[in-house]
Design a protein around this ligand. Structure first.
Ligand SMILES: C[S@@+](CC[C@H](N)C(=O)[O-])C[C@H]1O[C@@H](n2cnc3c(N)ncnc32)[C@H](O)[C@@H]1O
Length: 305
């Protein structure tokens, strides 16, 4: 661990917290220039995502999914907008699922995701196919125990489209299953966005992942605010819907749908810090610690309509 860079990161975190608490939401959304990720460089660089600080965000998603689903066996998971499939395989293995299907609209992403599943010998259990997440017509009602949707909501044009996806997710998810959406939070101002890009994006630039950095930058400007995203949940839903908005570092938000009869959202123990340390590269342990602190103080708000 490079102490100087970690101290500097700590300094930027404090700067972010101060600026954020005195800012009002004024940043206007800029939709994703490339909703479907097709360029060769973008796909190649995105597939290195587990070696970047995004791995700490994936670990956070895993942690939340674990608290929602506990030790209950997940027979079949559907991962929407699976991209290069790194997160799909990561969740599949860490949550000991039996079968996982990832869907994306980019042929290049699907190819690289299928070859990754093969590399780790999961090709019989984790498969990727082409499908539009707004119309999951290839999938029957009630066929999955878990539907994940990470880093995809900001790729859609409107909140109505995100709602359409959640309606489809709800249709294909079993009545006792769960739906977990994770997406960045659009920052209040350009200067907060640039501050975050400066700290987080340095990791990508240092590794020569310039295209990945650009995708990350686009996503921060295309992200939904917390008040926008909470409008995306289906109406008259059979699920209970919750919104998790971190305290402190407001970088990522979660929208989670669980069965009506589930009294609480996070019913199981979180993953221990020592376990997390085993599954993400050491240089991102500090990033995870900052994220974890923010999510520990998170507001879990029921947003069912
Ligand atoms: C930022 S990547 C997310 C990848 C992965 N979930 C992750 O978190 O690492 C977003 C992906 O969504 C895909 N995508 C965008 N709109 C889509 C749609 N309507 N249907 C299916 N995939 C879509 C893009 O092609 C891209 O691969």
């Amino acid at each position: 661990m490079n102490i100087v860079s970690e101290v500097l990161k700590g300094f930027y975190v404090i700067k972010y917290l101060c600026k954020n608490s005195f800012s009002k939401q004024e940043l206007v959304r800029v939709p994703e220039p490339n909703t479907i990720t097709t360029s060769e460089e973008d796909v190649r660089e995105y597939s290195k995502v587990m070696n970047t600080n995004m791995s700490s965000i994936y670990a956070m998603l895993l942690n939340v999914a674990k608290q929602v689903k506990g030790d209950k066996q997940i027979d079949h998971c559907l991962d929407l907008c699976s991209g290069p499939g790194r997160l799909t395989v990561f969740l599949h293995q860490q949550l000991h699922m039996k079968k996982t299907t990832g869907v994306d609209l980019s042929d290049r992403m699907i190819d690289i995701a299928n070859s990754h599943a093969e590399e780790v010998n999961e090709q019989d259990n984790v498969t990727f196919c082409k499908s539009n997440i707004m119309d999951l017509k290839d999938f029957e009602n009630d066929s999955f125990d878990l539907v994940t949707f990470a880093d995809g909501a900001h790729h859609l044009d409107t909140i109505k489209d995100v709602r359409r996806v959640l309606e489809e997710a709800q249709r294909v998810c079993r009545p006792d299953g769960a739906i977990v959406l994770l997406d960045p939070i659009r920052q209040k101002t350009k200067s907060l966005t640039e501050l975050y890009l400066k700290v987080s994006g340095k990791d990508y630039l240092d590794q020569g992942l310039n295209h990945f950095y650009e995708q990350f930058r686009d996503s921060m400007y295309a992200a939904w605010t917390t008040s926008e995203l909470k409008e995306s949940i289906p109406e008259n839903s059979d699920n209970r819907w919750f919104h998790i908005v971190p305290n402190g570092l407001k970088l990522f938000q979660l929208v989670i749908g669980v069965p009506r009869e589930q009294a609480e959202l996070l019913t199981h123990a979180p993953i221990s810090a020592s376990e997390i340390k085993k599954i993400i590269p050491e240089k991102y342990h500090m990033d995870y610690m900052f994220l974890n602190l923010s999510f520990k103080g998170a507001k879990v708000i029921e947003i069912s309509k």
